[in-house]
Design a binder for this molecule. Structure first.
Ligand code: SF4
Length: 368
């Protein structure tokens, strides 16, 4: 079913605005800082203590780079035990974070749900700000830290809660489904959330002929090809996935006709048309791990291919490297600072968090 309407910032006379400054708080005394700072030298002891971690990433991190990373990795892993903290890392984090300091890796929703099952009181979110908010929404009594609160997202910042209220006024009675890649105030105004893997199921769950699916235009267009429900969309885009082109993929295939092309639904429709498989980050990872293609290209953020490659020796990866600049704000030194100084704490207005939690929980219940 084609898209029946597509709207964007300013279309209802509403002001074009961006995500408000991150709500964070610092809280460690100077004396505590001094006590917590570890040594960051590359020593034989550091080499020995991190050898098992290097074995995990040696096919994606060179021996020249490792001595700069290993002291931080050792310090972070020791400090997280002292702090009783758990580190969550999104699939788009670099391999030294994803494979060497994270306790839980995955997509944003998996991370937030898994965090509810651990006993630690402190969560360090290695990902972007909306992901840290999602963790806080589902773990309201825990301290959620993000190593750099400036880690934003072009998609999340394309829409605000006020925009969603205007959509509801314009289309009274039409259910609003919101992608999890949104801020807490947008989730709070929504009927239910969705991920890229369950968007079709969520849209069809209402049993109505028209649904608003926001804010990713390309995800909405892809869902519209999979269902008879009419979709009203929003003009939000992921700045990483929108950069891929169909011509780029045709050239890769021309160079090797046996190549398997996997695309994320946040890519433009003409890119998805060139793919052999379209699915969420988890679905793409599952495809590579279970089907073990000889050669593959993952049309998504390029650290994910590094992380999957570290776990799937023998599979050759072609890399059209589009990095997410927001994800790359998270680094080992900032994670260490986050644990040392217990910063930057994510805070959400409890009323907004409660309403956002309802939208996320409806989706989780649907899945179960
Ligand atoms: S990859 Fe795209 S959707 Fe994900 S955080 Fe970066 S800009 Fe946002």
């Amino acid at each position: 079913m084609p898209i029946t309407g597509i709207y964007g910032p300013g279309d209802f006379g509403n002001p074009v605005h961006r995500r408000p400054a991150a709500q964070t708080r610092n809280r460690v005394s100077p004396a505590e800082r001094a006590r917590a700072l570890p040594s960051l030298e590359w020593t034989p002891e550091v080499e020995r203590a991190t050898a098992h971690l290097y074995a995990r990433v040696k096919n994606v991190i060179s021996p020249v780079e490792w001595p700069f990373m290993a002291p931080y990795i050792k310090a972070i892993n020791e400090l997280k035990k002292t702090r009783d903290a758990v580190i969550l890392a999104h699939n788009y984090q670099t391999p030294e974070i994803f494979h060497c300091v994270a306790d839980i890796g995955g997509d944003s929703l998996q991370l937030a749900i898994e965090a509810t099952k651990v006993k630690s009181d402190i969560i360090v979110q290695c990902g972007v700000h909306f992901m840290a908010e999602t963790s806080k929404i589902l773990n309201p009594h825990k301290t959620v830290l993000i190593p750099d609160s400036r880690a934003g997202c072009s998609l999340a910042s394309s829409i605000t809660g006020a925009d969603v209220r205007l959509l509801r006024e314009r289309f009274p009675g039409v259910p609003i489904v919101t992608y999890v890649n949104t801020s807490a105030d947008v989730k709070a105004e929504s009927d239910i959330c969705c991920t890229s893997s369950n968007a079709v199921q969520v849209v069809e769950s209402f049993g109505v002929d028209r649904v608003i699916l926001i804010p990713d235009e390309y995800l909405a267009r892809w869902v519209a090809t999979q269902t008879d429900v009419k979709i009203i969309a929003w003009k939000g885009h992921c700045e990483v996935h929108e950069r891929f082109t169909a011509e780029e993929l045709r050239n890769y295939r021309k160079a090797d006709p046996g190549l398997q092309i996997l695309a994320h639904p946040e890519c433009p429709p003409e890119v998805i048309a060139e793919a052999d498989f379209t699915g969420s980050t988890s679905a793409m990872i599952n495809f590579v791990k279970t089907k073990r293609p000889k050669k593959v290209v993952m049309v998504t953020e390029c650290s994910m291919a590094d992380n999957v490659q570290a776990e799937t020796p023998g599979v050759e990866f072609v890399r059209p490297c589009n990095l997410c600049p927001h994800m790359k704000r998270i680094t080992l030194p900032k994670i260490l600072d986050s644990l040392v100084y217990l910063r930057e704490e994510v805070e959400i207005d409890p009323t907004i968090a409660g309403r956002a939690r309802r939208a996320v929980e409806r989706m989780v219940q649907l899945k179960n």
